[in-house]
Design a protein around this ligand. Structure first.
Ligand code: VGL
Ligand code: ZN
Length: 198
C-alpha cells in the first residue's frame, strides 16, 4: 500500500482573523508539518474562488452568510466572501510547510459550482482530477487533516471512500465550523462510511 497525506484548505481565511475563521484553525499547523515528515507523498488543497463566486452570500441579493439556498445541484450554504483567488485570505497559513508538498490542488474555481471535496465539485460529478493523479501514483491510502472537518474534510473523506481509498481522518489535526450540529453529523457520516476517525 502507498499512502498520502492530504492537507485540506489550511488557508488564512479559515484561521482566526480570516473571513470564514474556524475556531482554533491555526492550532493544527505545527502538528501537520511534523506529520508530513512521516509520509512519502504530501498533497495540499487550496480553496480558490473567483470574486463573485456563487457560494458567496454577497452574490445573492437579500441573502446573508450561513443561509442555505437551492442551487441546480442541490442545497448550498452561503458563505462570507473567502479565499478569493490571489488574495491574502486565500494564501496558505504562513506557518504551513508548503515546500514539502508534491501537489497543490486548487478547487472552487468554477464560478457556478462550489467544491468542498478535493475529488468532485458539489454537483458530485465534475472531477477535480485528484483521483487520476492518485491512481497514476499508485496511492491507495489517504490520511486527511485540515479545515474544516465538517465541510471540506468530510466531503473529501466521503468521496475518497466511495472511490475505494482507505481513509483516515486525524481529528486532532482537523477543526470544524460546526453550523447547527454539522460537526457531529459529519463525524457520524464519516464513521458510517468506513472512514477511520483517529
Ligand atoms: C470550506 C466552506 C466554504 C472548507 C470551503 O474548506 O471546509 N468551507 N469553503
Ligand atoms: Zn470555499
Amino acid at each position: 500500500m502507498t499512502s498520502a497525506l492530504l492537507v485540506i484548505d489550511l488557508q488564512n481565511d479559515f484561521c482566526p482573523g480570516g473571513a470564514l475563521a474556524v475556531p482554533d484553525g491555526d492550532q493544527i499547523v505545527s502538528g501537520i508539518n511534523a506529520l508530513m515528515e512521516t509520509f512519502g507523498a504530501v498533497i495540499l488543497t487550496q480553496d480558490w474562488h473567483p470574486s463573485g463566486h456563487s457560494s458567496f452570500a454577497s452574490s445573492h441579493p437579500g441573502k446573508s452568510p450561513y443561509e442555505v439556498i437551492q442551487m441546480p445541484y442541490g442545497p448550498q450554504v452561503l458563505w462570507p466572501d473567502h479565499c478569493v483567488q490571489g488574495s491574502e485570505g486565500a494564501a496558505f497559513h504562513a506557518g504551513l510547510n508548503t515546500t514539502r508538498a508534491d501537489l497543490i490542488l486548487r478547487k472552487g474555481y468554477n464560478p457556478a459550482i462550489d467544491s468542498y471535496s478535493a475529488f468532485f465539485e458539489n454537483d458530485q460529478t465534475t472531477p477535480t482530477g485528484l483521483h487520476g493523479y492518485l491512481q497514476t501514483r499508485g496511492i491507495t491510502d489517504l490520511t486527511m487533516v485540515g479545515l474544516a472537518t465538517d465541510f471540506c474534510v468530510n466531503y473529501s473523506a466521503l468521496d475518497a471512500t466511495r472511490l475505494g481509498y482507505r481513509v483516515t481522518v486525524r481529528r486532532d489535526l482537523a477543526r470544524g465550523i460546526d453550523l447547527g450540529g454539522s460537526l457531529a453529523a459529519a463525524e457520524a457520516a464519516m464513521a458510517a462510511a468506513g472512514v477511520t476517525l483517529q
